[in-house]
Design a protein around this ligand. Structure first.
Ligand code: DCP
Ligand code: MG
Length: 363
């Protein structure tokens, strides 16, 4: 039993290269080899959902306004996307993954973890499985997938990004230690620009530096996240690949660098939060019915409150701003103090696959 427990897992993380753009280039040869973005129109305050690598060379990236993207790259071709098509392509790719394991955790349309620990295909070699998967997805679906192979999810995800695009990176258990020590903290999940800067000030650049700080210091500086940092610094991540990832909610939250002083300031932040929420909802790997609207609010003293209201929305064209304003008012009224974090979300129906994806006006 103990031996079983200690067995190294074999996790593959697969992530398609510039997914929406790749689908568009696959279907229209005229779009290949030129800078291409999928997104909304500049004259409608649209944003870039993604762009191909030719466009990235100009500094264009996801979530940038299309107007800004065109300023950086005047020859950029912008096409509106089709979520329906991307869902269909995604399903075909996931079906290939299913030939290798039943333990698949999709994270979005173009990204999934596979636990192939017990798989006998390819003589049990996860590296060969990843190679075969990459080849098959290209031959059978026409899309390039980058893959990472490692003993846990955290490392597999970093690995798939390592040689992107069209790359494979394998981290064998015996290579993990050296790799993690040299790994820059910027690659750690949850370490954004702000945390990276804080760590930089502490003289921490890579995971070896993190270890030197010790768990106590990290926890005192970063709270619960410090504990997580400590684990990551040692390359540890025991999270299982969760198969039936029935999502119960989808949400977006933001911690403000300066507290929002009053209710008005909170309400002002709503439109941009709701826009992100709509984007995130649209990218769920499976369509899901919305059962409720949720607002979370953390006051400057870290006390926190959540308000939820059931709604019967089937598929959201856009989040109902009036409803969210009411929820924010109610949440704020419980504390009437400056606010450091504001979050908005949907509660999802657990057993639903009936939402009409094409009703989602993402672009
Ligand atoms: N997406 C989006 N808005 C964002 C980020 C992503 O609509 N802010 C969509 C478009 C992407 C898809 O999700 O094609 C997958 O997201 P990824 O982050 O995996 O980005 P790409 O697959 O486009 O590029 P990469 O090659 O970096 O994986
Ligand atoms: Mg991708």
């Amino acid at each position: 039993m103990d031996r079983e427990f200690n067995v190294d897992r074999k996790i593959i993380h697969c992530d398609c290269d510039c997914f929406y753009a790749a689908v568009e280039m696959r279907d229209n040869p005229a779009l290949r080899g030129i800078p291409l973005a999928v997104g909304g129109r500049a004259d409608q305050r649209g944003v870039v959902a993604t762009c191909n690598y030719e466009a990235r060379a100009f500094g264009v990236h996801s979530a940038m306004s299309t107007a800004r993207a065109l300023a950086l790259c005047p020859d950029l071709v912008v096409v509106s996307g089709s979520m329906e098509k991307y869902r269909e392509v995604s399903a075909r790719i996931m079906a290939i993954y299913a030939d290798y394991t039943r333990v698949i955790e999709p994270l979005s349309l173009d990204e999934a973890y596979l636990d192939v620990t017990g798989t006998e295909r390819c003589q049990g070699s996860a590296t060969r499985m990843a190679e075969e998967i990459r080849r098959r997805v290209f031959d059978e679906v026409g899309i390039r997938v980058s893959a990472g192979v490692a003993p846990n999810k955290f490392l597999a995800k970093i690995a798939s990004d390592w040689n992107k695009p069209d790359g494979l990176f394998v981290l064998r258990p015996e290579q993990v230690e050296a790799f993690v020590q040299a790994l820059t903290v910027k690659k750690l999940h949850g370490v954004g620009a702000k945390t990276a800067e804080k760590l930089e000030h502490m003289g921490v650049h890579n995971c070896a530096d993190l270890r030197e700080q010790g768990a106590a210091v990290l926890i005192s500086r970063f709270g619960r996240f410090g504990q997580r940092l400590w684990e990551l610094a040692w390359g540890q991540d025991d999270r299982p690949v969760r198969t039936s990832r029935e999502r119960k909610s989808v949400s977006v939250e933001h911690t403000y660098s300066q507290d929002l002083p009053d209710l008005e300031a909170c309400l002002e932040q709503l439109p941009s939060l709701l826009e992100s929420l709509a984007g995130r909802y649209g990218r769920l790997s499976r369509p899901a019915d919305i059962a409720g609207a949720v607002v979370k609010l953390k006051f400057h003293d870290f006390s926190q409150t959540t308000v939820e209201q059931a709604t019967r929305v089937q598929a959201a064209l856009a989040p109902d701003i009036v409803l969210y304003e009411r929820l924010v008012r109610e949440a704020f009224g419980r504390g009437c103090r400056p606010v450091r974090l504001l979050g908005v979300g949907y509660r999802l129906n657990e057993h639903s696959d009936s939402a009409q994806p094409d009703q989602l006006a993402l672009f």
